[in-house]
Ligand binder design. Structure first.
Ligand code: GN1
Ligand code: MG
Length: 379
């Protein structure tokens, strides 16, 4: 992608001033993301913690339309959720809690929520949450609490939004049996190089196949209900205030849709309780940290307890185990397919990522009893 292409897209979302700077931003595996700095009146310099009156910043993204095939619907969902949350937050005086906001969808000069460039790329812009930062991995229970709080606050804020107000933009997302079917097809097509790691992974998956439908079965049997979910609440999608460390936002709202809160809880816990992080090369050292789990879950429940049912709690442990397993399966399938979904820095990258998630799954399984008692203590 050329600098001119990015600049042309950025320009669509600037009504006053001019673009001073564009930097690649964040560590997403799907879209291309840039931080754009705009000078308003005179030439200014970015303030270290926020923006000076002359300078503002926003997030510019080129959507991966191979993954999100209906990007207009993604934007419609995002606007429904952010507008709903904005109204709910405004109906309470700000004095009752710490700052919390969701990114706003920014409009083009023509008033649209996206711009399609001459080459067909789909661009959108979002407000930048200033004076805050994200972490790819955490080791400190204080941070885990904030991450749990952010997810709980989000779930609470959307708990009165009927799920049918949102479209399903990614059918099959987090339906583990669907990923297994796709894995079988890819394996049947053959062509991958055998290795000890590949062997280990194939056995690992095969011995967990029958359990992998646990959440979908519970949903089909009416034990779990569909709600509005975030879809991708991994640890580095939570923003913590740079000064106080308090959670101020949960970002990356492409996957907001109807689903099970268990997908979210599982995804948040599998990422927040892996102190080495999902990109570590030391996959053999990966473990699930129960202290981080307790801290995260405690503050999640401080926000979410009100809408959860007994049956919801019953499936928490399976959710944690399943979403780690499922992500391993997704990474491994993508490796076998030649890295067509997740951006990979080298040909074995998605295999390495899969090993991390399977090691994490193993660690979760070996601590099943303690995780069950953490859930029991906190509910
Ligand atoms: C993808 O692009 P990013 O990093 O926000 C993926 C998530 C995975 C995550 C693993 C739409 O999210 O489901 O958990 O990678 N998003 C999609 O890092 O598939
Ligand atoms: Mg995402």
């Amino acid at each position: 992608m050329s600098l001119n292409q990015i600049a042309a897209a950025a320009g669509q979302f600037v009504t006053k001033g001019r673009v001073l700077d564009m930097q690649e931003y964040g560590s997403g595996n799907v879209h291309d993301t840039f931080l754009v700095t705009v000078g308003r009146a005179t030439k200014g310099h970015a303030h270290p913690t926020g923006d000076s009156p002359e300078v503002s910043r926003f997030i510019l993204q080129r959507l991966n339309t191979r993954v999100f095939r209906q990007p207009e619907t993604v934007m419609a969902n995002m606007r429904t959720v952010t507008e709903h949350v904005r109204q709910r937050l405004e109906s309470h005086p700000p004095s009752i809690g710490p700052r919390f906001e969701l990114p706003r969808v920014l409009l083009t000069r023509e008033g649209g929520d996206h711009w399609i460039d001459p080459g067909g790329s789909f661009w959108r812009a979002l407000s930048f949450i200033g004076a805050a930062r994200t972490f790819d991995a955490i080791q400190d229970p204080g941070r885990a609490r904030e991450v749990g709080y952010a997810l709980g606050r989000f779930h609470h804020l959307v708990s009165d939004l009927p799920p049918d107000r949102l479209a399903d933009t990614l059918p099959g997302f987090h339906h583990t049996p669907v990923y297994l079917r796709h894995y079988d097809e890819v394996r049947a097509a053959g062509g991958h190089r055998p290795s000890a790691a590949v062997d280990y992974v194939i056995k690992f998956i095969s011995s967990r196949r029958t359990w992998a439908a646990v959440l979908e079965d519970a949903k089909a049997q009416g034990h779990l209900r569909v709600r509005v979910i975030h879809g991708d609440p991994k640890v580095n999608n939570v923003m913590l205030d740079a000064a106080t460390g308090q959670a101020v936002s949960i970002i990356d709202l492409d996957t907001v849709k109807p689903g099970l809160v268990h997908y979210d809880l599982g995804d948040c816990l599998r990422s927040a309780c892996n102190p080495l992080g999902e990109e570590t090369e030391n996959w053999e050292g990966v473990r699930f940290d129960p202290d981080l789990c307790r801290a995260m879950l405690r503050d999640y429940l401080s926000q979410a307890r009100g809408f959860l049912t007994g049956s919801d709690y019953h499936y928490f442990y399976d959710a944690i185990r399943l979403i780690a397993f499922e992500l391993g399966l997704r990474f491994f399938t993508d490796y076998l397919e030649g890295n067509v979904y997740f951006k990979a820095r080298h040909p074995e990258h998605n295999l390495a990522r899969a090993l991390v998630q399977f090691k994490l799954t193993e660690s979760i399984e070996s601590q099943a009893e303690s995780i069950h008692s953490i859930i029991g203590d906190l509910r």
